[in-house]
Design a protein around this ligand. Structure first.
Ligand code: 3PG
Length: 222
């Protein structure tokens, strides 16, 4: 897979959803009902962070469900990418990017949403052929104002800002032409997962989906 293929695949997967839930799952038994609640609410592209012992088992179980696309988040090393792919992840998300991780994902045919926070990092990814990047951590790096300033000289890049985004701020991001989707944990916070409050998670997903502004035209399509 080339970086260009990787970005194109991810843009297509993400452009209709608006919001990608970012999940931290403590118990794999929660993975299937959680994914079902999110997908029933209209959010079927999901990031599971590799931050708990249950993450890989959760990815394995959720990836076997139909109509749901599971990505592995917090990919830090080639070994993480390999484990995620083996567990069935359809794509990877990383907080930053290293040459080793990028090459591993390309070798594994695992589309990658690589993280970047500065103009130089975005330019380095764009030089390699990635034109859809995760802007992370979004809010502490200046939020929408910073992203708008970056998108001015770098309009050929699309963004998935993540980190500190809330139900109240998501739509302001989504109104920006270069923002394909936002990521966030507010859809399914850890305490709501532990409480197994699937109704609440489904309702939050539904509200998020129905409130979102229209998807931008994909000006990066070939
Ligand atoms: C993360 O990787 O932790 C995501 O960016 C989620 O951030 P949030 O919890 O601030 O939504």
């Amino acid at each position: 897979m080339t970086p260009d293929d990787s970005s194109r695949w991810l843009r297509r997967a993400c452009r209709d959803i608006g919001v990608m839930p970012v999940l931290t799952i403590e118990y794999a038994k929660h993975s299937v009902p959680l994914a079902r609640a999110l997908a029933d609410g209209g959010l079927h592209v999901i990031e599971v962070t590799l931050r708990t012992d249950a993450a890989l088992d959760s990815i394995r179980e959720m990836s076997a469900m139909s109509g749901i696309l599971i990505g592995a988040g917090t990919l830090l090393t080639p070994a993480c990418a390999e484990k995620a792919k083996k567990a069935g992840a359809a794509f990877g998300v990383s907080p930053g990017s290293t040459d080793g991780l990028i090459q591993a994902c390309l070798d594994l045919d695992l589309p990658l949403l690589p993280g970047a926070a500065t103009a130089s990092e975005i330019m380095a990814l764009s030089d390699q052929g990635f034109d859809f990047v995760k802007f992370f951590p979004a809010e502490t790096n200046g939020g929408l104002a910073a992203l708008s300033a970056l998108a001015s000289p770098l309009p050929h890049v699309s963004y998935c800002p993540t980190g500190g985004i809330t139900a109240a701020s998501a739509n302001r991001y989504l109104e920006h032409q270069n923002i394909i989707c936002v990521g966030g944990s507010w859809i399914a916070p850890a305490d709501t997962i532990i409480a197994e409050d699937w109704d609440r998670i489904r309702a939050t997903a539904q509200r998020t989906r129905s409130d979102r502004p229209p998807a931008p035209s994909d000006n990066c399509s070939p």
